[in-house]
Design a protein around this ligand. Structure first.
Ligand code: ZN
Length: 354
């Protein structure tokens, strides 16, 4: 078996703050002896656990990279007890080209785990995670959002796992992230990073924090706060966790009828917004023919009661595109007074200087 060609310019056993690269040799037309230099930062102090935090597993999702390039500016190593390894853009070639999958081998990072040491660029990065980074991690956070084609209500998620004790630890960490929404997922897609991490017994949290190929101050604040909360929960970072000012609403999207797929090509005419509560049978969208005027539009109705969790972003849709996802509301948020919300925001502002 060929050895993975990636080498780290930082020493994972060394205390302190180290900025560096994962260097992956990649010979190509514009750089004969070149390498892909994937940025990495490590904070290490004391004997606490290790957290591995990533963004841009998909290259067009930005809350993770923005929050993590911010996190990398921290200088307060005295606040750490343990090790935090941060890779703001996991699929770095995809991130640089602002595409979901890698422009080099056309591979989706989150469908090819555990990866291959002797494979293509994306497979080699995945293999390095599987065999070098994950074995030294205890807590793993992978920050996703909807990318250019989807937009999500901001949520933290954990998976239904055969090991109930591990599932409970993942659920507690996802709850601690304190996104405005919180979901348990049943996932059977092959090759996901998520399953690789979970199969190794780690505590794993994933997120979807917005999308549309951009960010907002609100979605960035959720990501930054969530990273800190996750590390405080893990006992690695000192400080007081900051809850979502609106509380956290628990959703469920495991029923098959949660996903509404397009059965026509055309132009979307939406009738609902993200976060709207809908009843089964409500009109969600009309899809107009783009080929001629005067055609009766196709109508899409809610297959179930729930809240609009996800919407398709480009207004032109194609057969098989995911138009909406409707999630079931499990618990409503706690009601807070104006003073309580102001208190949370104040606390957040104070803790958000880095
Ligand atoms: Zn993603």
């Amino acid at each position: 078996m060929r050895k993975n060609p990636i080498s780290a310019s930082i020493d994972f056993e060394q205390d302190g703050i180290q900025h560096g690269f994962l260097k992956l040799p990649y010979s190509r037309n514009d750089s004969a002896w070149g390498a892909i230099m994937i940025p990495i930062v490590q904070f290490k102090r004391g004997n606490g656990p290790t957290a591995l935090i990533t963004g841009a597993n998909h290259g067009d999702e930005y809350e993770g990279p923005v929050a993590l390039y911010n996190f990398a500016l921290r200088q307060d190593i005295e606040q750490f007890n343990g090790r935090v390894i941060v890779i703001p853009a996991m699929n770095y070639p995809a991130f640089l080209s602002a595409t979901r999958v890698s422009p080099i081998d056309n591979l989706n990072m989150n469908r090819i785990f555990p990866g291959r040491a002797d494979g293509s660029v994306t497979q080699q990065i995945a293999d390095y995670f599987s065999n070098t980074l994950l074995p030294i991690a205890d807590y793993v956070l992978d920050i996703h959002s909807g990318g250019k084609t989807l937009d999500f209500l901001p949520f933290a998620a954990y998976h239904s796992l055969p090991d109930r004790e591990q599932e409970a630890r993942c659920a507690a960490a996802a709850r601690a992230f304190s996104a405005p929404y919180f979901i348990k997922l049943v996932e059977d897609t092959g090759g996901m990073y998520d399953h690789q991490v979970e199969s190794m017994g780690k505590v794993f949290v994933s997120t979807e924090l917005g999308g549309s190929g951009t960010t907002s101050p609100n979605s960035i604040a959720i990501a930054k706060r969530g990273v800190d909360n996750f590390l405080i929960h893990a006992g690695i970072l000192n400080g007081e966790s900051i809850e979502s000012p609106d509380g956290s609403i628990e959703l469920d999207m495991n029923a098959g009828e949660s996903y509404l797929l397009a059965q026509h090509n055309g132009l979307v005419d939406p009738f609902v917004n993200l976060g709207d509560h809908v009843k089964k049978g409500d009109l969600l969208a009309r899809v107009h023919s783009t080929e001629r005027t005067g055609e009766k539009p196709f109508e899409y109705f809610a297959p179930r009661d729930g809240v609009i969790l996800t919407r398709h972003v480009p207004s032109l849709i194609k057969m098989g595109d995911c138009v909406f996802v409707i999630a079931e509301v499990v618990t409503e948020p706690v009601t807070r007074t104006v003073a309580e919300v102001a208190g949370f925001l104040n606390k957040y502002a104070k803790n958000n200087r880095h």
